[in-house]
Design a protein around this ligand. Structure first.
Ligand SMILES: Cc1cc2nc3c(=O)[nH]c(=O)nc-3n(C[C@H](O)[C@H](O)[C@H](O)COP(=O)(O)OP(=O)(O)OC[C@H]3O[C@@H](n4cnc5c(N)ncnc54)[C@H](O)[C@@H]3O)c2cc1C
Length: 392
């Protein structure tokens, strides 16, 4: 029997994870990426225990842990530095088997890429059209660098996918969440530092650990979509002015050209399905969410593992297998998109009263009833890959 072939549109985290997951169950893969290279703007990703289990299934969990720094599942302060809620890395490991691992996005992409054959990844290959195919006909993808037919197409072209609309004409697409995030990777002056996120009025700021003596600083702010400042470093510094130590100090030490500004888009109306014909949607294309839960990348990797599990059988029945993929992924990820949006609304609120109520509620959860927090996070962090995928 001929080896089944998948074309993956988009070489971000979701696309590369799907390519590796499919390769591991015997598929040949071709990844078509629009950009001329595979070096996305450098941000750090916090990967929760569920994401680490998915990465274990792809065979890169151990390397990922070795290249990351560890963090607890929640570490939240006020703008003045007083703690609201704190769960340590050790406590997180006790509960879920792993802490949260923080890694550069580029490092995670590298670990995925080095397990794929070089000829599998085509850069400067923008997909411009897609035909979903069905049980009798293959799917087809048109790119600026040629056409491909495929037994399966993985659409992983991100939150603002241009091709998703061809499959779901009625769907409104991604919407701007009303805020942007400024971030930079900076040298870490002290080894021992309190890491986490701090909530203010109209936004959050934070510092996360990275391996190799670095840290990741960020701040969010309400602003119109598409805005650009001539000096994003000054913009980030302005956003953390008056916040607790070490935020202003770390931001001041950032290289101005290293500051990344990202508008936050999410899919607040769930798609009717994560597949059409022989096309499967993964990652932000399917369920872009605000970064507040730190789950976007984790869910993309879960998608990859579950997709490969469902299509590992007959090629003829890929459209049927994709129904099972949708059934496994849509309810879980839609809940997370919604929860993340609710948290974003609370964190980005400009109202002093709303901010006070939010902080008191979070502190009460942390102090009086840690079980409440565990009940909230357990269904997310306790996710397990399908049993057969774990054995693969
Ligand atoms: C500020 C911020 C902080 C975050 N922090 C976290 C975190 O701590 N933890 C976490 O789990 N998640 C986090 N996330 C979310 C995470 O970054 C995303 O969910 C994840 O990177 C999505 O990957 P993706 O591959 O689905 O999409 P993308 O990364 O958007 O990749 C899409 C790829 O498709 C390519 N492409 C687009 N159109 C075409 C086309 N027509 N043809 C070919 N290629 C195309 C693009 O060039 C791109 O390479 C954060 C997000 C933001 C914005």
């Amino acid at each position: 029997m001929a080896q089944p072939h998948a074309v993956v549109v988009g070489g971000g985290l979701g696309g590369l994870a799907a390519a590796l997951a499919l390769q591991r169950v015997g598929w040949a893969v071709t990844v078509c990426e629009r950009a001329p290279g595979l070096e996305p703007a450098e941000i750090a990703l916090a990967l929760a225990p569920n994401a680490l289990r998915a990465l274990d299934t792809l065979g890169i969990g151990a390397d990922l842990r070795a290249h990351s720094a560890q963090q607890g599942i929640a570490a939240i302060r006020r703008r003045d530095g007083r703690w609201i809620l704190r769960v340590s890395a050790e406590r997180t490991r006790e509960r879920f088997g792993d802490p949260v691992c923080v890694v550069r996005r580029g490092e995670l992409c590298r670990l995925l890429l080095e397990r794929l054959p070089a000829e599998a990844v085509r850069t400067a290959a923008t997909a411009t059209a897609i035909e979903p195919g069905d049980t009798r006909r293959p799917a087809r993808v048109v790119t600026g660098a040629g056409e491909h037919t495929a037994d399966l197409v993985v659409l992983a072209d991100g939150a603002r996918s241009a091709l998703r609309h061809e499959l779901f004409l009625e769907h409104p697409g991604a919407v701007y969440a009303g805020f942007a995030c400024w971030s930079a990777i900076v040298p870490r002056p002290e080894r021992a530092m309190a890491f986490g996120e701090s909530w203010g009025r109209g936004g959050a700021a934070g510092v996360l650990p990275l391996s190799g003596g670095e840290a990741y600083c960020f701040a969010t702010g309400n602003t119109p979509a598409g805005g650009r400042s001539t000096d994003e470093h000054a913009e980030l510094a302005r956003r953390v002015e008056g916040w607790h130590d070490p935020l202003p100090r770390l931001v001041a030490a950032a290289r101005p050209e290293s500051v990344v500004r990202t508008d936050v888009w999410h899919i607040d109306t769930p798609l009717p399905a994560y597949h059409k014909g022989r096309v499967a949607l993964v990652g932000d294309t399917a369920h872009a969410m605000t970064p507040n839960l730190g789950q976007g990348a984790g869910q993309a990797v879960e998608d990859a593992v579950v997709l490969a599990h469902h299509v590992s059988g007959s090629v003829a029945y890929v459209p049927t297998a994709l129904q099972s993929y949708t059934a496994a992924r849509l309810p879980r990820t839609s809940t997370l998109v919604q929860r993340s949006a609710q948290l974003a609304e609370a964190v980005q609120s400009e109202s002093p009263l709303a901010a006070r109520v939010r902080d008191l509620a979070a502190a009460a959860v942390g102090a009086a009833a840690p079980g409440v927090l565990a009940r909230y996070t357990r269904p997310v962090d306790d996710w397990r890959p399908p049993a057969a995928a774990r054995r693969g």
